[in-house]
Design a protein around this ligand. Structure first.
Ligand code: NAD
Length: 420
């Protein structure tokens, strides 16, 4: 790879996603009109949210809510609080949610929200005022049968609780089914907090089977130690694997003998930060290129690119994060016979259990943790099998196969409604 190849790589998550959607739509035999509809969200709202800060000044934050496609049912997807949120990113994330829901056969289209802010620099009460302000700003287009939000990067069950409370006050009736990822006491589902990681762990197990790798004793590297990454590291440790490295936004910890995951879990903060407590850290770049069997990017976008794809030593890469590998890097990894399980399959455990939470809220009847885990296992294994078989049969990579599976159902619903 030349330097110019890497520098001309498309790192725009929206346009690169559109390229895969186009390929999937074409391979499924649909015409350009279907692509025209599916390449962008049907609705994107930009909002400006005034928030009274603790010092008495007002700061105005910008937020977005994108709804990709509601042919199958209401849209669904998380809300991200992050300084680097962009409209294109939120749009791409909403498309990925549609594909995810399609693969898992959930009765939803995709949605996503984001607010440009850094909650690490905000007090608890400032975060509350921002969460409530965001809900007031988007309340017209969301709701239990319109668009159902959930947590994402730097939002958690407490933020969901404030948002649910604000929505219930606006509507003047209790609306637990407006949002998922809530605390258990407010109608959350048992097993939701660990569901993304559990789904990733199931994909790792299935991928290891097809690659002939024994999980016990295998070497695992996890980038990101937040909700997705930290629980995943724990599940891998519990399965007998050696987690030799983890990271956060500030650096990475590496120990060939295996890290003490339990102790790191206890010491991380609510934003998934732990490496600041240690001296001998390595960089995130070094972490990604470590010699290992399984690599799990569980942080942010565009981490595996043309610049480092040929340096990745892992035999299996399972994407817990959304969009961590570029399309060009996907091609390089596939050519090098690395099995890449894409985000739309790898991290779908989160939306699957969010769906279970919404079903329980609608029924007013709550399941045991075992029931949740059994149903998640069933859906994840079926999703993995369908995508893997499609990839094998069509001789394509798992990402394109996943898009074909996910887009197929959405396109069918679009046609049945007579939209295209
Ligand atoms: P989180 O905020 O709980 O944790 C994010 C982690 O990534 C933290 O450890 C943070 O320090 C680290 N990080 C941030 N910027 C980084 C950088 N530049 N380099 C390295 N590390 C960095 O977020 P999360 O909920 O665990 O989400 C992580 C990823 O998983 C995101 O892409 C998210 O969209 C995806 N995801 C999460 C869920 C979920 O249920 N939480 C579901 C599906 C997908």
């Amino acid at each position: 790879m030349s330097q110019s190849d890497a520098s001309s790589e498309n790192l725009n998550v929206l346009t690169s996603t559109q390229a895969v959607i186009r390929e999937a739509v074409t391979k499924l035999g649909y015409g350009p009109d279907m692509y025209e509809l599916l390449k962008e969200p049907i609705r994107v709202l930009t909002v400006r949210i005034p928030v009274r800060m603790d010092d008495g000044n007002v700061r105005v934050f910008t937020g977005y809510r994108a709804q990709h496609n509601d042919a199958i049912g209401p849209t669904k997807g998380g809300i991200r609080f992050h300084p680097e949120v962009t409209e294109d990113e939120v749009k791409a994330l909403s498309i990925w949610m549609s594909v995810k829901c399609g693969i898992a056969n959930l009765p939803y289209g995709g949605g996503k929200g984001g607010v440009i802010c850094d909650p690490r620099e905000m007090s608890f009460r400032e975060q509350e005022r921002l969460a409530r302000g965001y809900v007031r700003a988007i309340s017209q287009i969301v709701g239990p049968s319109k668009d159902i939000p959930a947590p994402d990067v730097m939002t958690n069950s407490q933020v969901m609780a404030w948002m649910m409370d604000e929505y219930s006050r606006i509507r003047e009736f209790d609306s637990p089914n407006f949002i998922t990822g809530k605390p258990i006491a407010l109608g959350g589902s048992l097993g939701r907090d660990t569901s993304t990681a559990r789904g990733v762990a199931i994909c790792i197990r299935e991928a290891a089977k097809v690659k002939g790798i024994t999980l016990e004793g295998s070497r695992v590297v996890v980038q990101g130690f937040g909700n997705a990454g930290s629980y995943l590291a724990k599940f891998m440790h519990d399965a007998g694997a050696r987690v030799i490295a983890i990271s956060d936004a500030y650096g990475a910890l590496h120990d060939e003998q295996g890290l003490d995951i339990e102790s790191l879990l206890e010491r991380r903060d609510s934003f998934g930060t732990v490496t600041k407590l240690f001296k001998n850290t390595i960089s995130n770049k070094e972490l990604l290129e470590l010699d290992c069997d399984i690599l799990v990017p569980a942080a942010i976008e565009n981490q595996i690119t043309l610049a480092n794809a040929s340096e990745i030593k892992a035999k299996i890469v399972v994407e817990a994060a959304n969009g961590p590998t570029t399309m060009d890097a996907t091609r390089v990894l596939t050519e090098r016979d690395v099995l890449l399980v894409p985000d739309v399959l790898g991290n779908s455990g989160g939306v699957i259990v969010s769906y279970f939470e919404w079903v329980q809220n609608n029924q007013g009847y709550y399941w045991t943790e075992t029931e949740v885990a059994t149903r998640l296992e069933d859906l994840m294994v079926r999703s993995f099998e369908t995508v893997y078989k499609t990839a094998q049969a069509r001789k394509i990579d798992m990402r394109l196969a996943a898009y074909m599976v996910g887009v197929r159902r959405m396109a069918e619903a679009v046609e049945l409604r007579g939209w295209v």
